[in-house]
Write a protein that binds this ligand. Structure first.
Ligand code: XMP
Length: 430
């Protein structure tokens, strides 16, 4: 391993990830582990340089007061305790430590090297993947999203044609999205890529289904079925690549937030698939995943694309999906993206898209009454997608987009701009 490791033990603080990120930004690799980790488990990492006991206000996990195992004190690693109960403040560190405190601990007391960077990370992962996989094959569901694309690029670098990518086009992708996956991975990176156009199959299953959660379920389970069928046709696959990232791991089990929508990602596969997992990004935060993608040579647009829901345009073609409205969502989304890029808004706005509701309104075209659909434009900014504010888009930009949608998109006679923050609205409409 090329990187030194600072271990953060979670004693109930809500600031674990803040500190992990702070340490990584100082160039030293850091991971969060549970408070009850054993000495044996810690010793198994061969690169630990120091331990941070992160208790926050009161060292409580799931309502229980916690302490680390006393055997950990005997390992001899330098330790920094971060607790801030009022009474103890004089003798121990209080609050989130500043860079100076962390630097002194990490570099002087632990003697760690600032050797955490993407180049070393990729070299380490390539070596680990080769050790894990040997001469066997790995299967990967390549959606074209950031995480699966970066995993694919990493696996191609490590094992080349031993990776088999399957891209399922569910017919709910944005304009040219599947084409670009094929172009980048098959034509440029020479991946072993199986492309399946399952549009008709998905749209058939979704016919007359109006309930959003039902639509999500159908898309998710149909995806798994198509993927399993493809996997069944292949021989000698022992591993499954997955784009699990660090927040998926540290959030699982501790999430108490009430479910508003089931965020079923296309690519969330069932446990009973008999494969071992290869998850080379599981230690990375999202911005690090993007940096990794850039270092691996993926195109900027693929790595910095805005979030796109797994069920794709399916949840933006409101109610029961029809081909004409799906086409209107896809075409208007493409126009919006083009015009936002021209106005430089694609780098500024966190997420923007169009939606087509399942009702019509009256209008006039060529002096005749028409009864057609409307396109709603949504453009929002957020930090964590839990709350969001609406982008104040320049009036002229909105007029240009409106003109283009009204003249270029079939079956549309009206364009609206959504002014609703989250809450009470959600970012998507379904
Ligand atoms: P909401 O609509 O809940 O969206 O405010 C928050 C963020 O999550 C995205 N989103 C999804 N992502 N599968 C996904 O992978 C889904 O089913 C899904 N629904 C919403 C949404 O685009 C926004 O970024």
């Amino acid at each position: 391993m090329k990187q030194d490791l600072i271990v953060i033990l979670d004693l109930g603080s809500t600031e674990n990830t803040v500190i992990a990120r702070q340490i990584r930004s100082l160039g030293v690799y850091s991971e969060i582990h549970p408070h009850d980790i054993t000495a044996e488990e810690l010793k198994a990492f061969d690169n630990v340089k120091g331990i941070i006991l992160n208790g926050g206000e009161n060292r409580i996990v799931n309502g229980q007061a916690v302490e680390i195992r006393t055997e950990l004190y005997e390992l001899g690693f330098p330790m920094l305790s971060i607790d801030y109960p009022q009474a103890k403040c004089e003798e121990q560190f209080c609050g989130i430590p500043g860079d100076e405190v962390l630097k002194k601990f990490i570099f002087e007391e632990c003697g760690a090297q600032a050797n955490w960077n993407m180049k070393n990370f990729i070299e380490d992962q390539v070596e680990l993947i080769r050790q894990q996989v040997g001469d066997k094959k790995v299967l990967l569901a390549l959606s074209g999203g950031v995480d699966s694309s970066v995993v694919a690029a990493m696996l191609i670098k490590a094992i080349g044609k031993q990776l088999v990518c399957v891209h399922v086009n569910h017919g709910l992708m944005r304009k040219n999205e599947s084409e670009s996956v094929v172009k980048v991975f098959r034509d440029e990176l020479h991946a072993n890529l199986i492309y399946i156009d399952a549009s008709d199959r998905f749209l058939g299953k979704l016919e007359n289904v109006a309930d959003p959660e039902e639509k999500r379920k159908i898309i998710g389970s149909e995806f798994i079925r198509v993927f399993e069928e493809e996997a069944g046709k292949l021989e000698g696959i022992d591993f499954l690549g997955q784009g699990t990232i660090y927040p998926d791991i540290i959030e699982s089990g501790t999430k108490t937030a009430k479910m508003v929508k089931s965020h079923h990602n296309v690519g969330g596969l069932p446990d009973d698939l008999k494969f071992q997992l290869v998850e080379p990004l599981k230690q990375l935060f999202k911005d690090e995943v993007r940096a990794c993608g850039v270092e691996l040579g993926l195109p900027h647009d693929m790595v910095y694309r805005q979030p796109f829901p797994g069920p794709g345009l399916g949840v933006r073609c409101l109610g029961a999906i029809t081909r004409d409205r799906l086409e209107a969502v896809r075409e208007s989304d493409a126009i919006l993206r083009e015009e936002f890029a021209k106005a430089g808004l694609d780098k500024k706005v966190w997420q923007f898209f169009t939606v087509v509701p399942d009702f019509k309104s009256v209008g006039m075209k060529n002096n005749a009454r028409v009864f057609e659909y409307m396109v709603i434009i949504r453009a929002i900014n957020t930090v964590d997608a839990m709350t969001a504010t609406v982008e104040k888009v320049d009036w002229e930009v909105l007029e240009r987009i409106t003109d283009r949608i009204l003249s270029e998109v079939k079956n549309v006679n009206r364009v609206c701009y959504d002014m609703s923050p989250k809450p009470p609205a959600t970012i998507e409409f379904e």
